[in-house]
Ligand binder design. Structure first.
Ligand code: DP6
Length: 369
């Protein structure tokens, strides 16, 4: 065991501890996540204005392989999927530079990355969460490999979560199974603005079976990128109230997870989704991201729930709808989705997902995709 419990902090060596000529690589699969308590608004750079809670997904993931390649020392990330001008490269290079400031072992190398999502783009699934999460995991893995250190799992995951957060806030929550909290909150021991942690408390096993059917109402690119939306929360007249609301909703959502109270959790998820869009609409300038079909679907979900079927919705900053329901009601709810909701989706596209078990290292290190 290393004397320094976190080899990513205060490393001063300039040369990677690796046998010359031996090239390394790391392949990780990282899922996306859906926020139940929304992160909306930042403070002091890349820190959240309020704490958030998410459910890690299972079927919507990115697999990424990052390889150390021969080349002039320190050239950084040369290409993505063989393309030296890939549009995602600036975001990935920014993240690599953030990590290199702390992980000297990564300074002296040239890298290339290959990545693939197993879900279509522009479906309202946060591909930046899974993509940045997978990339951060690969870089942290390579950092430890290059330093010749074997990390403890907790140190590894919190380092990956912290670096993922620097690339995209919501990505830091994709690093754990089940439910994840990001944001310092006095009453949650270990919570931090720097990185996410697994949701505290003994989450009821039935809550780990929650399903999420993603109704793809529109595949058009979002009119308001999240980064712009976060900016608009600066000076937003409802910001103070929003922070108080998120904290209260978080406390109640966590107790619902422990008490297996799906209805309570679902009501909070809907309240958060509608708040997110209310904040987006009431910002200056205001944006309406909801489409007529989004509203039709929301009304149908609520009517069906009033008829006794346990089904709720949440939304990201877009028109698509995440339908939440307990695993034990899947047959009934999925029939309702197929009969009543699917016709509102673009090309009938519904992606069925569920609460997932978090990222994993891919053995064999074959290129993904
Ligand atoms: C509406 O994580 O995409 O999905 O930190 O600027 O990359 P950046 O923002 P991002 O914001 C996600 C906002 C959200 C809600 C959420 O996932 O909590």
């Amino acid at each position: 065991m290393s004397e320094n419990p976190d080899p990513f902090v205060n490393r001063t060596e300039d040369t990677p501890a690796v046998t010359p000529g031996v090239l390394l690589n790391a392949t990780w699969q990282c899922p996306s996540n859906i926020a139940i308590i929304k992160y909306w608004g930042k403070k002091n750079g890349q820190f959240p204005a309020n704490p958030s809670l998410s459910m890690t997904l299972d079927q919507a993931y990115t697999q990424t392989k990052v390889s150390v390649v021969p080349g002039d020392k320190g050239n950084g990330l040369l290409s993505l999927n063989g393309d030296a001008d890939h549009p995602f490269l600036p975001k990935m290079r920014h993240l690599l530079n953030c990590i290199r400031e702390e992980v000297s072992a990564l300074r002296g190398v040239s890298l290339e990355a290959h990545t693939a999502n197993n879900f279509p783009h522009s479906t309202g699934i946060a591909s930046s969460a899974s993509g940045i999460g997978a990339f951060a995991l690969c870089l942290v893995d390579l950092g430890y490999q290059l330093a010749g250190e074997t990390p403890r799992r907790n140190d590894f995951m919190s380092a990956a979560s912290r670096f993922a957060r620097m690339g995209s806030g919501s990505a830091c929550r994709s690093l754990y199974s089940g439910f994840t909290v990001w944001g310092a909150t006095p009453w949650i021991t270990g919570s931090s603005d720097e990185y996410a942690i697994p949701a505290p408390g003994l989450i009821h096993p039935e809550m780990m079976q929650i399903k999420d059917a993603i109704l793809v109402i529109s595949t058009k690119p979002k009119e308001l990128p999240s980064s712009g939306g976060h900016q608009l929360m600066k000076g937003h007249p409802f910001l103070g109230g929003r922070i108080l609301q998120a904290d209260k909703n978080l406390e109640e959502a966590l107790s619902a997870l422990v008490e297996n109270d799906f209805e309570k959790l679902g009501n909070i998820a809907e309240n958060e989704a509608l708040t997110l869009h209310a904040l987006i609409m009431s910002a200056i300038p205001g944006t309406i991201l909801l489409k007529p079909s989004t509203l039709e679907v929301i009304h149908l979900i609520r009517e069906t729930r009033h008829a006794g079927i346990p089904v709720f919705f949440t939304l990201d900053a877009g028109a698509n709808v995440h339908v939440l329901y307990p695993g034990h009601s899947a047959q009934m709810v999925e029939k309702f989705i197929g009969d009543a909701l699917q016709p509102f989706c673009e090309n009938g596209l519904v992606i069925y997902d569920h609460c997932g078990s978090g990222p994993m290292k891919v053995n064999g290190n074959q290129p993904p995709g």
